[in-house]
Design a protein around this ligand. Structure first.
Ligand SMILES: C[S@@+](CC[C@H](N)C(=O)[O-])C[C@H]1O[C@@H](n2cnc3c(N)ncnc32)[C@H](O)[C@@H]1O
Length: 272
């Protein structure tokens, strides 16, 4: 495996330990994160606060989407899901009716490790019910609601083929989530992923939670941290604030619909 790819996957381990530490300190209830770590080192209060805000925000976005599709079939695709536990938490809180389908996508190595954790843990297995492993050319775990799919988000044709093979339907209302994930892809690839989502789904919502403001005090320290982990944030320079991020998404929707990035003919609803 290329070293840079291994480092990007390493962000998932750092991240899961930080979430576990934050949960252990009582900021947020998550009965499942501990099944995905072998050790849970204690992080600093500042890291706890950052992760608390992050899980709260993403949880709010997912629950709002689930409320908006109450009673109808819908899908959630987590792009670069890592060891995220949202499906398990929402499933046991009764927020996910049987026709809500979760697709988690990550690199093969991450998916294999996540599948291993799931197979080793009865509480996780109880959440997903019956499933098949590595069937019909799809690497990963395919259940009736929960799908864990190995795919590089930069290879869109293969990603699409894998998701369809696992059961994805472009006609269903769909939330695509990138929680600190596509920021590690080069700008062209991550923007193409956004454009792909806009062009393929009849009704899509893209939720992104990613780093901005590289030049303030926090941003400078943050960039050094990611560079030292050899996993730099590859679109931060081009989209350094909310406005440029918003423009990025709107223009990709426009390209998907009109073939040009002019925003005049497309009504896009954004919420920041
Ligand atoms: C910082 S972790 C975040 C994990 C999860 N979203 C969360 O917040 O808990 C970033 C994840 O994105 C995944 N990722 C980055 N680039 C990817 C790509 N091109 N294809 C698939 N997964 C990718 C990494 O492997 C890693 O698991």
């Amino acid at each position: 495996m290329k070293k840079s790819k291994a480092q990007v996957q390493g962000t998932n381990d750092f991240n899961t330990i930080s979430k576990c530490s934050m949960v252990k300190c009582g900021y947020f209830r998550d009965d499942y994160v501990s099944y995905f770590v072998t050790r849970c080192s204690r992080r600093t209060p500042l890291i706890h606060l950052g992760y608390y805000m992050r899980v709260l925000t993403v949880d709010y976005a997912l629950r709002s989407f689930l409320d908006s599709v109450l009673g109808q079939p819908a899908q959630i695709i987590s792009c670069g899901a890592g060891f995220d536990t949202s499906f398990f938490r929402l499933a046991t809180s009764g927020s996910v009716h049987p026709e809500i389908y979760f697709y988690e996508v990550d690199f093969t190595e991450v998916v294999d490790r996540k599948a291993e954790c799931i197979l080793d843990s009865k509480p996780l297995l109880d959440c997903i019910g019956s499933f098949e492993m590595n069937q019909n050319g799809v690497r990963g775990l395919v259940g009736s609601q929960y799908h864990l799919i190995a795919s590089d988000l930069q290879a869109l044709d293969k990603l699409e083929a894998n998701l369809i093979q696992a059961g994805l339907m472009f006609s269903l209302p769909t939330l695509l989530l990138s929680e600190c994930s596509i920021c590690y892809m080069d700008e062209a690839s991550s923007s193409l992923l956004i454009q792909w989502a806009a062009s393929k789904f009849e009704d899509a919502t893209f939720v992104t939670y990613e780093q901005i403001y590289p030049d303030d005090g926090f941003g400078i320290v943050m960039q050094k941290h990611f560079e030292s982990m050899n996993s730099p944030l590859l679109s931060l320079a081009q989209f350094p604030d909310l406005e440029s991020q918003e423009h990025r998404y709107v223009s990709r929707v426009c390209i998907a619909f009109n073939g040009s990035s002019t925003t005049q003919e497309v009504l896009v609803q954004t919420e920041i």
